[in-house]
Design a protein around this ligand. Structure first.
Ligand SMILES: [Zn+2]
Length: 446
């Protein structure tokens, strides 16, 4: 079992290597990956000409790749990223439910490796084999996470409950109560919704079977939601064991000492860069930029310098957990910003306003609309309050929003954008992705 093998301060010895030793390790892996890709993947052609093994940032002169490249270079769109004729792989979907799906291919060996990596994150965030774990990840439609989460829990040695994101909450409650499930793992909004529904059915979770640990992923969990998990549902541990994308690999993991949004980098598994795209240079410590990921262990379809789409910054100093791997802070999707007239409204900022108004939850959607040639910002927020309070809550939110954003107020006054529209809604009513259960947070004009 994974847990017994790892028993010690860290899951893998790499986590304790000093800077020099870790650097030698990832540089060697990167060199092997580049050599393999040059030789076997037609996609790269001349693209790797700029690779400089000895440079501080060896991929500085290598072009980035993105979703459209995967669409055209991986089946069914093409084959130029494939390095082998072998068909022993699993096909997962990584976006696009209509037309040609965007796929990502993992050999069965790669999937076993990813279980180990997932186990590393769970070990660092305090999962014990005695924990009884409900798996609420999305399943079906070639979706990846549920499957490897299930396998990891079996290998780790836990009592495992494969609910997925499709099980009705009254059934979840019955099972959780009977088996004393103490740990929920899933996309943050799915876990939160399940707990809210159970509570709405009249079960008091803080005093009931007791969910002590929530291991989430897939999206950022905002402070309003964390507060609700702690105060309303009695959750003690709220951590993300893995951050990554299905197009790349696991990129980082939390430990019991990392604050919200901060991750250790899986430096032996994925070479990560944070890049200032305006000035075409790598970011300094603490400076925010776009995250690029190069999985070092995917050889069937090597992915080099993938533009993940998330913003991040490197943190200095050492983590109190003792792991030496570098830490970064994730700062949300680079596209979680709406241009409203001349103003840029950032989703994180909207969350901060809502946090100041008692009675509002962290389940929020913002939408940009075009009405008669002008932009309108619509903000929808779920609230556990009775419906008769909704109008007052909307009013409070609007006042607070405008007092923090005088520029927005000014644009409205000049008539260049429509006034803000705030909609308060009952819990669970905002639009979610039907496949994953993720809240649709930002809607732009298409
Ligand atoms: Zn740590």
């Amino acid at each position: 079992m994974m847990y017994e093998k790892a028993h010690g301060p860290f899951f893998h010895e790499f986590e304790a290597f000093d800077d020099d030793r870790r650097t030698v390790f990832w540089r060697k892996r990167l060199a092997d990956l580049v050599a393999h890709s040059r030789a076997k993947a037609p996609f790269y052609g001349e693209r790797l000409g700029g690779y400089d093994a000895g440079a501080e940032h060896p991929l500085s002169n290598v072009p980035t790749m993105g979703a459209s490249d995967l669409r055209t270079a991986v089946p069914p769109g093409g084959r130029s990223l494939l390095t082998s004729e072998s068909t022993g792989f699993t096909v997962f979907q990584s976006g696009g439910t209509t037309g040609v799906p965007k796929t990502t291919l993992f050999t069965h060996t790669e999937l076993e490796e990813i279980n180990q990596l997932n186990g590393r994150g769970f070990y660092a965030t305090g999962l014990l084999p005695s924990d009884r774990v409900g798996n609420f990840w999305a399943v079906g439609g070639l979706y990846m996470t549920f499957i490897h989460m299930n396998r990891m829990l079996q290998q780790y040695g836990n009592m495992n409950f494969p609910f997925s994101n499709h099980t009705p909450s009254d059934f979840v409650y019955n099972v959780a109560n009977l088996f004393k499930i103490n740990c929920f793992s899933g996309i943050a909004s799915v876990v939160l919704n399940t707990l809210r529904e159970i509570e709405a059915q009249g079960h008091h979770l803080a005093t009931g079977f007791g969910v002590e640990k929530v291991y989430y992923g897939g999206e950022h969990l905002y402070e309003a939601d964390r507060k609700e998990l702690r105060e309303k549902f009695g959750v003690k541990t709220i951590l993300a064991p893995g951050y990554g994308t299905v197009d790349t690999w696991y990129i980082g993991y939390q430990c019991t000492e990392t604050p919200a949004g901060v991750f250790h980098a899986h430096e032996d598994q994925c070479y990560s860069e944070i890049f200032n795209e305006d000035e075409t240079r790598h970011c300094n410590l603490g400076e925010v930029g776009m995250l690029y990921a190069t999985p070092l262990v995917r050889f069937l379809t090597p992915v080099i310098r993938y533009r993940v789409g998330d913003k991040a910054r490197w943190l200095g100093g050492e983590c109190a957990c003792g792991r030496k791997t570098r830490r970064f802070e994730l700062l949300g999707r680079g596209d979680d910003v709406l241009r409203i007239g001349y103003d840029s409204v950032d989703y994180n900022g909207v969350q901060e306003v809502a946090l100041k108004i008692p009675g509002l939850s962290g389940s929020i959607q913002m939408e940009k609309r075009r009405e008669e040639g002008k932009d309108r910002l619509v903000i929808r927020i779920e609230s556990p309050a009775p419906a008769e309070n909704f109008a007052g809550l909307a009013e409070n939110f609007e006042q607070e929003f405008l007092s923090l954003r005088p520029s927005f107020r000014e644009f409205v006054k000049k008539g260049s954008v429509w006034p803000l529209a705030v909609d308060i809604l009952p819990l669970g009513t905002l639009e979610r992705n039907s496949r994953t259960g993720k809240l649709i947070r930002v809607k732009d004009v298409v």
